[in-house]
Design a protein around this ligand. Structure first.
Ligand code: ZN
Ligand code: ZN
Length: 347
């Protein structure tokens, strides 16, 4: 076991504080990673506050991890000491079910994926995430960060990047397609950059025009306020794909009306309460209301390679670990442009 400095929530809703955790010995197929940067994802806050149900405490959140390999097990073939690597939302899965075999480990049906934190590993021990200085992960759940991508702006790609890349690819964002990105936060700003790089015509749909300049700078072609009823009249039947990154309850009927025939409204955010809609909103026009959750390991590598090729990183605000609790408050107030990233050397 190795003792590692970390920031943890000792109990639900308690402020995070500095502590130490134990990391397992580097096993046959394990990689020891010196974490350099860890992004703060909104789901870290949900889980540290038990907004999504019972959680495991103490909790070390963090599933947007970028670092450098400092040791490898004897059976490791994909990585060497010194490699720049990332770890996202999962650190294991059954590896045998249909989904794992197809590279959709996030939808593992053989017991489910093992979350990077707030989960139990196959050894029965709780997993601890990226708000720490080192992590030990099986090489099959580690991805390579291409040289062209600085580690700090790469970290948020491990969740926010893949969460938006996967549905944009799956539903065909590309040249000749009109894509709307709903919400201009941590996920949304990545959705804009990636959809633009894929060649789509991109519209941001945001509550107000407050972040319009940013949206256009990041690659959006249009930016419309959803608080303005004219937006819904004028954009009716416009989009091939709407990517919703918001977790507030939505008027699904109104957003579905913005789709073209056989268009898709894909959700990557989820409100805590069940939603309602009039099914005629999907029957008319043969529309699809869909969902997507992060992406598989191979697709995460593909996303990182794509982002490096297109010079895409997250827009970040780098903070010291002592600022984590304040950052949480600011995320809850949508007061970040667009992702906090912890410099883990300050833990
Ligand atoms: Zn996340
Ligand atoms: Zn599986």
């Amino acid at each position: 076991m190795t003792t590692v400095a970390a920031y943890a929530a000792p109990a639900a809703k308690a402020p995070l504080e500095r502590t130490t955790i134990e990391r397992r010995e580097v096993g046959e197929h394990d990689v020891l990673i010196d974490i350099r940067f860890a992004g703060i994802c909104h789901s870290d806050i949900h889980q540290a506050r038990e907004g999504w149900g019972d959680a495991i405490f103490p909790m070390v959140p963090g599933h947007e991890i970028a670092g450098v390999v400092s040791e490898v097990g004897p059976g490791v073939t994909a990585f060497r000491v010194g490699d720049r690597v990332g770890v996202g939302c999962m650190v294991d899965s059954c590896r045998e079910c249909e989904n794992c075999r197809a590279g959709r480990e996030q939808y593992c049906t053989g017991g489910g994926m093992v979350g990077t934190y707030n989960a139990l590993g196959k050894d029965g021990e709780p997993t601890y995430g990226g708000y720490s200085q080192k992590i030990v992960v099986d090489e099959n759940y580690v991805v390579r960060i291409p040289d062209g991508l600085p580690l700090d702006v790469a970290a948020p790609l491990l969740c926010a990047g893949i969460t938006t890349y996967s549905p944009l690819k799956r539903w065909g964002a590309g040249p000749g397609k009109k894509v709307a990105v709903l919400g201009m936060g941590g996920l949304g700003h990545m959705g804009v950059k990636i959809a633009h790089a894929l060649g789509a015509e991109v519209t941001v749909l945001s509550q107000s025009l407050r972040k319009k300049d940013d949206g256009l700078k990041l690659g959006a072609d249009h930016y419309r306020a959803t608080s303005d009823p004219k937006t819904f009249e004028e954009l009716r039947g416009s989009f091939d794909l709407i990517l919703s990154t918001v977790s507030a309850p939505l008027d699904f009927d109104a957003y579905l009306s913005l789709l073209r025939t056989e268009g898709t409204l894909a959700n990557v955010g989820a409100p805590e309460e069940p939603v309602s809609l009039n099914l005629f909103s999907v029957l008319g026009g043969g529309k699809t209301l869909a969902g997507s959750m992060i992406g598989g390991i191979a697709e995460t590598q593909e996303m990182l390679d794509f982002c490096a090729e297109h010079g895409i990183g997250a827009e970040i605000e780098l903070i010291d670990a002592a600022g984590i609790n304040e950052a949480y408050e600011r995320v809850l107030n949508s007061d970040v442009r667009y992702r906090f990233v912890i410099d883990t050397a300050t833990i």
